[in-house]
Ligand binder design. Structure first.
Ligand code: UDP
Length: 259
């Protein structure tokens, strides 16, 4: 018999390290886009960047927070871009989902280098390299303190890994969905292009949808809204940023229901 529910000393350790962390952040899902893994490059993976993100996730895991990860595949393949060049969309999307599996394996390796126990669970079965995604099993992995990396998106074409992140977060009963981006929150316009862009501390789901703010796709926002799942948008590249945001420090935007 193992796990937090039966091992009292592990349970006490976890409670001690969780002291000061909002109960809202005890089981969270982090969405990292494929592009965030490219570093300064414009394709593929930069091992230094992957290791830095893994170290950040490992810190949060050491605080006692249960963490699930959904990783995109846009650094390798996007179905919609392939469709624009004449490929059948669904076929392109399946290729895109396979790209997320490559990223998941790289992230698993980087997390293990940080001493974190992980499982990759894939929505498309490939039993030699990943467990099939089974919801109850994934919950159990998280309860046992393993970081679960959800690969292959939703397993369906015409969806994105943003939607997969909202879906898995809801299924895992996560208390918040973190979206690691290139900037420190949601802005009125792209701050890298528009000097007048302003950052929001807080937004409602409906504001994000009606103002067409570029945070996550509309189906992901709607799914989060239906499940009252707060979305926290922060800069994944700032060192230690994930840990800081979990402690309520640093800059981020919270997307929630109106009070
Ligand atoms: N994809 C899909 N279904 C899903 C998730 C992803 O078909 O549930 C495909 C889609 O082609 C997408 C690609 O996988 O373009 C990579 O995912 P995404 O664009 O969400 O990655 P990110 O932008 O986060 O790197």
């Amino acid at each position: 018999m193992t796990g937090h529910s039966t091992d009292t000393s592990a349970g006490l350790d976890r409670e001690t390290s969780l002291a000061g962390i909002s109960p809202e952040y005890r089981r969270v899902l982090l969405k990292v886009s494929g592009e965030a893994l490219m570093g300064a490059g414009d394709f593929g993976l930069d091992p230094v960047t992957v290791s830095a993100i893994a170290a950040d996730v490992a810190d949060v895991h050491r605080m006692g927070v249960e963490v699930g990860l959904v990783i995109g595949g846009g650094n390798i393949f996007r179905g919609i871009a392939a469709a624009a060049r004449g490929m059948e969309r669904a076929q392109g999307d399946y290729a895109g989902m396979l790209a997320t599996v490559i990223n998941a394996l790289m992230m698993q390796n980087a997390l293990e280098n940080c001493g974190v126990d992980t499982r990759v669970m894939s929505a498309i079965q490939m039993s030699s390299i990943a467990e099939p995604y089974i919801r109850r099993r994934a919950v159990r992995h998280m309860e046992k303190g393993r970081v679960v990396i959800f690969a292959a998106g939703t397993g369906n074409p015409f969806f994105t890994t943003d939607t997969a992140a909202a879906l898995r977060a809801a299924e895992m009963d996560c208390t918040a969905l973190f979206k690691g981006t290139q900037v420190d929150g949601v802005y009125s316009a792209d701050p890298r292009k528009d000097p007048n862009a302003t950052r929001f501390d807080e937004l409602t789901y409906l504001e994000v949808l009606s103002r067409d703010l570029n945070v996550m796709d509309a189906s992901a926002i709607s799914l989060a809204r239906e499940n009252s799942l707060p979305i926290i948008v922060f800069n994944i590249h700032a060192p230690g940023a994930f840990g800081k945001v979990i402690r309520g420090e640093g800059l981020f935007t919270r997307i929630i229901d109106p009070a």
